[in-house]
Design a protein around this ligand. Sequence first.
Ligand code: SF4
Length: 178
Amino acid sequence: MAKIRLATVWLDGCSGCHMSFLDMDERLIEIASKVEVVCSPYVDAKEFPANVDLAIVEGAVSSEEDLEKLLKIRKNSKIVLALGDCGVTGNVSAMRNLVGLEASFKHAYDDLSDANKGVRPSREVPKQLERVSAQHERVFIDRFLPGCPPPADAIYHILLSLIEGKEYDIFNHTRFGK
Ligand code: SF4
């Protein structure tokens, strides 16, 4: 059987969901025997590739860069799994929506800053969107795994069921409930 082309990506998240992925420990060896990891912070791919079977995405959509990445992921992936509360609901990343972008920048760069008070970064910080979104507000998401972070056991079971085609036929792109 051909291996599943698997990608893992993070948008605006703390990387805790990816750390939980690693907490699968020795079960990673079993997963690794069934997948080809084509893009991930673990393999340091620079560009999101084409023809991905399963993309696991951590984090909310906070910047123009996040949105661009998510659109590219959706276009090039058969199944997209939102991993963790930030991706599923916005969670911690979306807390700035309560006060708005300008007020959170003011607090971070003006009120709390010891040095360079009032100076806003103009380079190397992606342009922030006015409002942080959960992933499903921007693209169709096939499967959600909530948790902050989701436990390693849950990640293992959902991955195995997706990889073994128990819930989805990845190669025929049959979406849950469709
Ligand atoms: S859901 Fe929790 S662990 Fe995952 S990226 Fe968000 S804050 Fe971090």
